[in-house]
Each structure stands twice: as C-alpha cells, then as structure tokens.
Design a protein around this ligand. Structure first.
Ligand code: CA
Length: 229
C-alpha cells in the first residue's frame, strides 16, 4: 500500500522538490498551497502524514496545526512542521500544538524522508500496544487473529478481521471508504462498485459482532469509525 503525504507549502519549488523526493521513495503525494486548502484536502483524503510549512498565506502553519489536531477526524494524522525561522519559540509552540516533528529550512530531502519514516513507524507502534484488547464485551486478540463476543468465539473472514483491526487501531478516527479500500483491499482509486465492498463487509461484520456491533458507527456519505466508549 502506498502511503499518502500531504505537502502544505506555498513555495512551488519546495513543493516540487518534496514531491520528487517522496515519490521516489514510494509515497503518494498531495499538495495544498494554503491553510484552508490543507484542511479541505486533509478531511477529504485522509493522508498518512502532513508536512506543514509554518509560513503560509492567510492562515499560518500553527493555526493549521491547531485546526487539524483539534478536529477528531484529522487529530491522529501526524504532522512534521517546516520553517525558515530558527526560532525556538515556534518549535515549542508547534510541538505543544501536537506537531510530531520539526525541520528547519534549508533541509536535506534525505533527512526529511528519514524523519517521515520515523514518525510513521512510531505511529504504527503507538497503536494499541496490547496484543489483546478488551472493549466492552468484545475481545480482540491481534496476534492470534481471534475475536470473542461475550467470551464466545466469532468466526471472521480475513477481510472482516482486517476491517475490524483497522477501525480499532484508528482509535475513534473516522476512516473513509476509500481509505479502507486502499488499506485493506489495496485499491488505489475506488469506483462505486468497490466502495460498496466496504459496506457489504461492514454489514456482515456487524451481524457477527452482535451486541458489540453498535461500536461500528456509520458516518454518512463518508465512512466508518469505531467507538470504544
Ligand atoms: Ca511557505
């Protein structure tokens, strides 16, 4: 699966340089030239990581960071901030607002790629650390690929299990159908019939989860999320 990186930067040359280097490393790239555009793209495309320049026309990078981290739909997306300023205070504010890492311009693309990989790796490790999760009456053993509801085993297909796991690991974040198709089925560009695949699997998964089916919440016209509470 290709991981998607959203580049938020108004300087075209930097965007081009980043696109070139990230695509060479096998990432898919998206770009936004200002803050509003960045928020739109982040909501719609749900990138795996955002590279966010601090100096943007209109809304600045810190405001964008705050908006992304303050919205449950985008809060879990890691952010690496870029800036030309070597001001320690910006760095502190950025990290306080929830940015995951920081780079000062000029930077080497190689180092940025290394940082991106490190942040993505940390994200994967951060997920639910336990191999076995108990949520209400639902028990999921990620290593044994076993699911129990009220202590009784539930037979899930491989795709249903992947779907459940992906939803749980998103920790309440809303996942779009496109994102699920890409992650679980490996389809890059979803067409109507494929997006329905997700709905069909959600339906069978819910049926099998019985009383715990309520945890899979439908977000109309968008996708699904998993509710732990
Ligand atoms: Ca800029």
């Amino acid at each position: 699966m290709k991981r998607t990186i959203l580049i938020v930067e108004d300087e075209k040359d930097i965007v081009k340089m980043l696109e070139y280097n990230l695509q060479k490393e096998g990432f898919k790239t998206l770009s936004a030239r200002d803050g509003e555009d960045a928020l739109d793209v982040a909501h719609r495309e749900h990138p795996h990581l955002v590279i966010l320049d601090l100096m943007l026309p209109g809304m600045d990078g810190l405001e964008v960071c705050k908006a992304l981290k303050g919205d449950s739909k985008t809060a879990a997306i890691p952010i690496i901030m870029l800036t030309a300023k070597v001001q320690e205070s910006d760095k502190v504010i950025g990290l306080e607002l929830g940015a995951d890492d920081y780079m000062t311009k000029p930077f080497s693309p190689r180092e940025l790629v290394a940082r991106i990989k490190a942040v993505l790796r940390r994200m994967t490790e951060k997920g639910p650390s336990a191999e076995v999760m108990k949520i209400g009456e639902l028990t999921v053993d990620f290593s044994k690929i076993r699911v129990l509801v009220k202590e009784k085993p539930v037979e899930l297909t491989a795709k249903e299990f992947e779907l459940l796991k992906t939803l749980i690991k998103a920790r309440g974040r809303v996942l779009s159908r496109d994102y699920l198709l890409d992650t679980i089925w490996g389809f890059d560009h979803a067409i109507e019939i494929q997006t329905r695949t997700v709905d069909v699997h959600i339906r069978t998964l819910r049926k099998k989860l019985k009383s715990e089916a309520k945890r899979i919440i439908t977000v109309k016209n968008y996708g699904y999320r998993f509710e732990e509470e």
